[in-house]
Design a protein around this ligand. Structure first.
Ligand SMILES: [Zn+2]
Length: 170
């Protein structure tokens, strides 16, 4: 089989990609990772939604890349612990809190939801930049926390807790 031929070659790591239907992705990823050598990094191409990161990591993926944090950011969709928000919604116009109160990113430390929404309405370039900074920080920080949960041996508890909050508003 192709996977076994590829995994027997001396590459520095392996990329897993292709077009999966959402419902097939976890079984396809698990199946490939069962064959690939454990000591080499496995990179899942173009996957980056929080729920998919948990799925990939659970099935043996080490690395990801994805355009979503910046693509969503440019369009005013922002990640929060309780799900994505659309910052241009009317309810954020007079919301003078940061995107997320306990977020340590540059955007949250310096700007309010109201101001970022105002920038989007004015079609200012800075709007997409600030939203992207937060989204990238959010994803990198999430993966950092997942890594720590593996070290602490509570990945599944962390996954359940995170996804319960994150999917609440879906
Ligand atoms: Zn932030």
């Amino acid at each position: 089989m192709h996977q076994q031929v590829i995994s027997s070659m001396d590459f520095d790591g392996f990329g897993i990609g292709g077009s999966f239907a959402k419902e097939d992705m976890s079984s396809a990823v698990r199946w490939v990772n069962e064959i690939l050598p454990e000591e080499k990094p496995r990179h899942l191409l173009g996957i980056g939604e929080p729920e998919d990161l948990f799925m990939g990591i659970e099935n043996g993926v080490d690395l990801f890349d994805c355009v979503l944090p910046t693509r969503l950011g440019r369009n005013g969709t922002i990640y929060t612990k309780t799900g994505k928000i659309i910052i241009t919604n009317k309810k954020f116009r007079d919301d003078f809190s940061p995107i997320e109160k306990d977020c340590e990113c540059y955007s949250c430390k310096n700007y309010t939801r109201s101001y970022i929404a105002h920038l989007f309405h004015g079609k200012e370039m800075l709007a997409g930049t600030l939203a992207s900074i937060h989204n990238l920080y959010f994803i990198v920080n999430l993966v950092k926390k997942i890594r720590q949960s593996i070290l602490d041996d509570n990945f599944f508890e962390f996954k359940k807790e995170f996804l319960e909050n994150y999917m609440k508003n879906k």
